[in-house]
Write a protein that binds this ligand. Structure first.
Ligand code: ATP
Ligand code: MG
Length: 547
């Protein structure tokens, strides 16, 4: 936790990690409150009817102890993988806590995954148990024969198809659980990376990962917790962003979390939910914020009570930053990290670290630099790879059964992020693009981020993604895929107008020579643009022309 100092520099200089010899996420995120204030609100669950069901820390503790006992009776022991195929819901939180108590490994899976995505992850993880709902059961039924490790399926809303009923199983378990004593380095979670650049990898995270997130969360949420704080995120808890940037730290800080099942992000619904429930702290990923720009925010301006907004997972950019200040009434604090090592760079407007278009600075406790291929540190304004020094509690334990991927992830003491960045003269980090996304055109190395940010400033552009399209003369040309805002129709005139707009506002060599309008972007379940799909589309087009 951050000591009560006010300047960023002081905090950074004074910060020391304090990782206890015994540490368990369930104890820290739940029992520390349940044991002293059992009635304290932990979750405010919004039902489809709109009614809100309050879950106390005491209930979360009782139910998760019962489930831990029930899972133990099914043969689950420490380090066994238990997968969770559930949306945001109290049962999902109960399940996480139960798995941590057991010293088993929680494998959260997005409820939106299709059968092949599920099969890949369940098989790769060797999951012994899956906890899911009816919708998940349907997807699983066709897969069970292909999953020899899978012994039990628990269903939270019914039984059938060989599944055990979650609540009746749980009720058989005692409310007292003699927990297994975990250490901070014991594995607690396996989260699959978003799969933005290729097959997702299972990043194994230790119990200490929660401790490692706390300074970043406090910085991004203006010294969370403050009286009256109330947290909400549209992000799925199956993604590091939803689980570790929102649910678990809020519980740890005693800040109640509004939970609502979200099948597809609805920009108007996001405004409505935040206004209706008086949300004070929100984690909203960049694409979601960009989509919210299509809503007339003025009708919500006197209803919103936001105190802090954090965004991470992709580049936020200047346009969305400024919009957020105006429409949501707060400066968004951008954060940066990856499943393997999360929340290591960030902003905190209250600490004086906030700059439109920049990610921010290293979060106290983490050492982050932009480095050259030989591991030396770049000069200010020199582009290189963003790297994180080993020794932070957020650092993952390794990829699950991927020693090949482990080896290339480190250079000496640096963990390589695979992202290109620049540090400016004031120490702010700027995101250029993922290594694979950087475009080589006529001798220039061009990052897509800046161009995308410029594109969405155009009045007609809702979302934009930029990739390199192979070109016989220039190696690659910049190609932009654009989703238009409601009310705009694709036309040649609009293509010219947008192209000209970027050319004038950004530069004559970075403007997109080709623009294609699409009705939607390919997104990961964590809401990130999958440029890899657009890139191969552009590549196929180029091959067709050549061939
Ligand atoms: P995969 O590793 O499977 O290709 P992924 O990298 O998208 O997927 P995550 O771990 O969810 O999986 O995402 C981490 C990545 O997200 C970072 O490496 C970076 O590329 C991007 N990212 C996160 N925060 C930011 C940010 N603030 N600005 C720009 N990019 C960001
Ligand atoms: Mg990655």
């Amino acid at each position: 936790m951050l000591p009560p100092l006010t300047s960023y520099e002081e905090l950074r200089a004074a910060f020391r990690w304090n990782v206890p010899a015994r540490y368990n996420i369930a104890q820290d995120a739940c029992d520390r409150w349940a044991d002293v204030e059992p009635d304290r609100a932990a979750l405010l669950h919004v039902l489809p009817s709109g009614d809100v069901e309050e879950w106390s820390y005491g209930r979360l503790k009782r139910n998760s102890c019962q489930l831990a006992n029930a899972l133990r009776s099914l043969g689950v022991t420490s380090q066994d993988r238990v997968a969770l195929l559930l949306p945001q819901a109290p049962e999902t939180a109960v399940s996480h806590l139960a798995i941590y108590r057991l010293g088993a490994i929680a494998v959260p899976l997005a409820a939106l995954f299709g059968p092949e995505a599920l099969r890949y992850r369940l098989e790769n993880a060797g999951a012994k148990v899956v906890i899911t709902n009816q919708a998940g059961l349907e997807k699983l039924s066709a897969l069970r024969e292909q999953l020899p490790f899978l012994e039990h399926v628990l269903c939270v809303d019914g039984a059938g198809d060989g599944a055990l009923e979650f609540w009746s199983l749980l009720e058989r378990g005692s409310e007292q659980f003699e927990g297994c004593e975990t250490g901070p380095d014991d594995p607690a979670l396996m989260i699959y990376t978003s799969g933005t650049t290729g097959q997702p990898k299972g990043a194994l995270l230790a119990h200490r990962v929660l401790l490692g997130h706390l300074p970043g969360i406090q910085m991004a949420h203006e010294m969370l917790p403050q009286a009256g704080d109330l947290f909400w995120t549209p992000a799925d808890w199956a993604w590091a962003g939803g689980l570790l940037n929102a649910l678990l730290p809020s519980l740890k800080f005693g800040v109640p979390v509004v939970t609502a099942r979200i099948d597809k992000f609805d920009p108007e619904g996001a405004f409505d939910l935040m206004a209706r429930h008086g949300v004070r702290n929100a984690f909203i990923p960049p694409t979601a914020l960009k989509m919210m720009r299509s809503v007339d925010h003025r009708k919500y301006s006197d209803k919103l009570q936001l105190r802090s907004v954090c965004s991470a997972g992709e580049a936020l950019g200047r346009e969305a930053f400024v919009w957020c200040q105006e429409a949501l009434g707060v400066s968004p604090n951008e954060m940066y990290g990856q499943t393997e090592c999360n929340l290591v760079l960030g902003s905190g407007a209250g600490l004086g670290v906030s700059r439109a278009g920049a990610i921010g600075k290293p979060v106290p406790g983490h050492e982050v630099s932009v480095i050259r291929p030989d591991g030396s540190i770049c000069e200010p304004e020199e582009q290189g790879e963003i790297a994180v020094r080993r020794g932070t509690p957020v650092m993952f334990l390794g990829y699950w059964q991927r020693p090949d991927a482990d080896e290339t992830k480190f250079l000496g003491d640096w963990m390589l992020t695979g992202d290109q960045g620049v540090v400016d003269a004031d120490g702010y980090f700027h995101f250029v693009g993922r290594n694979d996304d950087v475009i080589t055109s006529a001798g220039y190395r061009i990052g897509p981020t800046e161009i995308e940010d410029c594109l969405i400033k155009h009045e007609a552009v809702g979302l934009a993604a930029v990739v390199g399209k192979p070109d016989p003369v220039r190696t690659e040309i910049v190609k932009a895929y654009v989703v238009l805002k409601d009310g705009y129709e694709p036309s040649e005139g609009l293509v010219d107008d947008i192209r000209q707009y970027v050319r004038v506002s950004l530069s004559a060599h970075e403007y997109p020579r080709e623009i294609e309008f699409v009705s939607e972007m390919p997104l990961t379940t964590s809401g990130k643009v999958i440029r890899r799909i657009l890139r191969s589309r552009a590549q196929e087009e180029a091959e067709l022309v050549e061939g």
